[in-house]
Design a protein around this ligand. Structure first.
Ligand code: MLT
Length: 409
């Protein structure tokens, strides 16, 4: 009989967001009237329509594909040159990143999970707590951990607690780790890291031969001038970091799917014989073997957000969602809750009222206010006692959520 991957059985519950969807469905089935009022601020899924610039570019690309003279089949697995160059020119200008160090994909969730393909066994892996669950679950699936304890913490991972005392940026560990997942602006806490904080991590990584897996999917939402947009703004990062970026949240692409990883050719790891080897050719090889490239119309749609029209439209989207975040922050503050994030990211991280657990808060918000939030504990043990509200919604819905929060909390 075929042997299965036992590691999957270490994952106790379902993935967080399907689990939330399951609970919302159970509530809705039992309460069909209340279900009509439900407002979803759980998963960070965008609600506003695609920018006109992207739609126009995708329509044109479809028309090209409908014409024998301009038809295209397989594209380059790593992405079309036009998009890789537009990314470098618009997102990494002056940072010394080359177009062929950018790998286009169909999403950061896949990229942050798939990247483990190029790392060998035995790495010591550090993750923040709370954390975007994909980093943990994919390491469990890959066999990089032992079993989970009663708090859901996996043996073998190094957990870096993030809390109000350290401004949700983890302290440098005493021990040596090989891979470090950092996400800033942060999902789930909505907080940002300063240049000095990231510099400390880059220095640590260079001293210890570690690699930082830097998830900057929410970079576009940064409002404060001194917050770095890319890890590559930090001196030395091109020797020790790779960066994940996405079009999902900035351009309404959660359903369209387009993202990228930046892997400088100067980032190296070691092979079994102790010799050094760059990550770049390994990822390139992996990409061309397991991926046939994001679709041509999608890449044209992504390129169009860097046009003048596209930039103006995405700026409006960011302003809209960050306006929502401000309303949510202010409402929670007004009723006396401790509130974090929501200034440089579209997530607001709120301390539960005294004595209420984060899943208790999830139930209370669903049952009394008919609002779906994400329980902090779903992001790790250190998320207990908090809940996350996503600012991705229409303004009318957010105003209604604020009204219900004020009424029910
Ligand atoms: C979230 O709600 O944390 C995000 O939607 C997750 C994701 O982008 O995959």
């Amino acid at each position: 009989m075929a042997r299965l991957n036992d590691n999957f059985l270490k994952l106790k519950a379902g993935y967080l967001f399907p689990e939330i969807a399951r609970r919302v469905k159970a509530f809705s089935d039992a309460n069909p009237e209340a279900a009509k009022n439900i407002i979803r601020c759980g998963i960070g899924d965008v609600t506003e329509p695609l920018p006109q610039a992207s739609r126009k570019a995708m329509h044109e690309a479809i028309d090209e594909l409908g014409n024998r003279e301009t038809f295209r089949g397989y594209g380059p697995e790593q992405g079309y040159e036009f998009l890789r160059q537009a990314i470098v020119d618009n997102q990494f200008a002056g940072l010394g990143i080359a177009a062929d160090e950018v790998f286009i994909s169909d999403g950061s969730k896949c990229d942050t999970g798939n990247i483990l393909d190029i790392f060998g066994p035995g790495n010591k892996i550090a993750i923040t707590d709370p954390v975007y669950p994909v980093y943990v679950d994919t390491n469990v699936m890959a066999g990089n951990t032992g079993e989970a304890d009663e708090n859901g913490a996996f043996e073998g991972l190094v957990y870096l607690p993030c809390n109000a005392a350290n401004d949700f940026v983890p302290a440098i560990p005493d021990e040596k780790v090989d891979l470090i997942y950092l996400c800033y602006p942060n999902n789930p806490t909505g907080t940002a890291a300063t240049k000095d904080q990231l510099k400390a991590w880059v220095d640590y990584a260079r001293e210890n031969g570690s690699i930082i897996l830097y998830d900057a999917a929410y970079e576009a939402f940064i409002q404060e001038a001194d917050v770095p947009h890319s890890i590559f703004e930090i001196e030395g990062a091109k020797e020790c970091a790779i960066e994940f970026r996405s079009f999902s949240k900035i351009a309404g692409f959660t359903g369209v799917r387009c993202a990228y990883v930046v892997i400088p050719k100067t980032v190296e790891g070691t092979l079994a014989d102790g010799s050094k080897k760059a990550l770049h050719p390994l990822w390139s090889r992996r990409h061309s073997t397991k991926f046939n490239g994001a679709s041509y119309p999608v890449q044209r749609g992504a390129e169009a957000i860097f046009s003048d029209e596209g930039k103006a439209e995405t700026a409006e989207l960011v302003e809209h969602y960050m306006g929502n975040a401000k309303l949510l922050r202010e409402t929670c503050e007004k009723i006396g809750l401790a509130v974090y994030g929501g200034v440089n990211a579209p997530y607001v991280w709120v301390a539960c009222p005294e004595g209420v657990t984060s899943w208790g808060m999830f139930d209370k918000m669903l049952e009394q206010a008919n609002v779906v939030i994400t329980p902090g504990a779903g992001f790790g043990a250190a998320g207990e006692g908090y809940f996350r509200i996503s600012a991705f919604n229409s303004r009318a819905n957010v105003e209604e959520v604020c009204r219900r929060i004020a009424e029910h909390l």
